[in-house]
Design a protein around this ligand. Structure first.
Ligand SMILES: C[S@@+](CC[C@H](N)C(=O)[O-])C[C@H]1O[C@@H](n2cnc3c(N)ncnc32)[C@H](O)[C@@H]1O
Ligand code: SF4
Ligand code: SF4
Length: 342
């Protein structure tokens, strides 16, 4: 355990800043939102020439940020972030939030992904090794037993260390593991975590149509992905909400009721009980001041929610959609209240 400050205090801060660490191919970040062009942090410490992370510099930087928050000065990059909250924060540093995106390689090529325009570049970056570093952190008792581990990328299932890292945490029933995957490569490690019950798996097929899948995801893997989703759903323990299917609304591509219904057909066929509507971040930034476009978006969202409810499928909101609803709560509520089924 590391004492960053003398005593606990109450102030406005965020879980990520206080106890989070995010490993990417560029370095260590204090925040999980490294790929969000709205509030992206810079990596605190770039990777060294020997492909390791500089943990000491990272902690120094973290302490500087926390010190500002302790004084009531929210650092610029966090201003306005939904994750800020007022509470008593622990003065001891233990990793409670861990995000891993140490590979950018992927077996898909989604048109909306940050890797899309420079696919060859991102597919040729070597995975950054992290396993030994994590083992050292565990041995030094630096990782909280209730840690939330989030694996993204790139595609986690093709990360060289994916299975080993999952095995590090799979014996700890208190930790929560969240994996974002293309679903193209079936992973036994994920299946085992689902059986054990301490894993949430989010797969984003974005549609229920083979041709459209190819157009959006850049690969012809529609059947394989939905079949893998079905097998993962079958492996869930009694918590049937571990496997989640995400639908990113893409203007002029899948933003209509017909495509959404096709998506639900596949969701039902695969026995998935939880869906997550999302909006493409770039599209949202373009329409967030446009009331008419926002109305269209929320009409579609409410349609999805009602359609899901009728079929006993639970729903949540993925990150950008959550922000959209929170930022325009009145408009969303109005559309929901006025909703009439055709
Ligand atoms: C970058 S991906 C990496 C993990 C994995 N390859 C996948 O697609 O799930 C992490 C998450 O970001 C989401 N994502 C990627 N680009 C996005 C965008 N432009 N807008 C909203 N979500 C996006 C994906 O759907 C996925 O759930
Ligand atoms: S407040 Fe938001 S931007 Fe700041 S560290 Fe937390 S999650 Fe990141
Ligand atoms: S599957 Fe994930 S990492 Fe791969 S291209 Fe799509 S969003 Fe990007």
């Amino acid at each position: 355990m590391l004492n960053l400050f003398k005593k606990n205090n109450e102030y406005i801060s965020c879980e990520w800043l206080e106890s989070g660490i995010s490993f990417t191919y560029e370095g260590i970040y204090n925040c999980c939102m490294f790929a969000h062009n709205t509030i992206a942090f810079k990596p605190v410490t770039p990777i060294n020439k020997d492909w390791t992370y500089d943990f000491d510099s990272f902690l120094k930087e973290k302490k500087k940020f926390i010190k500002a928050h302790r004084k009531g000065q929210i650092i610029d990059r966090c201003l306005g972030c939904q994750r800020l909250e007022k509470r008593v924060w622990d003065n001891n540093f233990k990793i409670k939030q861990l995000a891993i995106s140490t590979n950018t390689k992927c077996n898909a090529n989604c048109i909306y992904c940050y890797t899309h325009k420079r696919k060859d570049f991102f597919n040729n970056i070597n995975d950054i090794p992290i396993l030994n570093f994590l083992k050292k952190c565990i041995n030094a008792n630096l990782i909280d037993e209730n840690v939330s581990v989030l694996f993204g990328g790139g595609e986690p299932t093709i990360n060289n260390e994916f299975e080993d890292i999952m095995n590090l945490f799979s014996n700890n029933s208190k930790c929560k593991i969240k994996i974002y995957s293309s679903g193209i490569k079936y992973s036994k490690a994920i299946e085992n975590l689902l059986r054990a019950g301490n894993c949430e798996l989010v797969i984003t097929p974005d549609c229920g149509d083979r041709q459209l899948y190819k157009k959006i995801k850049g690969v012809d893997k529609f059947d394989e992905v939905w079949s893998n989703i079905q097998n993962y759903a079958a492996a869930q323990n009694e918590n049937k909400e571990q496997v989640r299917a995400k639908y990113i609304i893409l203007p002029n591509i899948n933003d209509n009721e017909e495509e959404i219904k096709k998506f639900f057909n596949k969701v039902i066929e695969a026995n998935v009980s939880y869906i997550k509507p999302e909006i493409d971040i770039t599209s949202y930034l373009k329409i967030k001041q446009d009331k008419e476009k926002l109305e269209e978006l929320f009409k579609l969202l409410v349609f999805m929610e009602k359609y899901a409810e009728k079929r006993n499928i639970n729903h949540g909101l993925a990150g950008n959609m959550h922000c959209a609803v929170e930022e325009h709560r009145n408009l969303y509520d109005k559309i929901k209240n006025e909703y009439k089924e055709d």
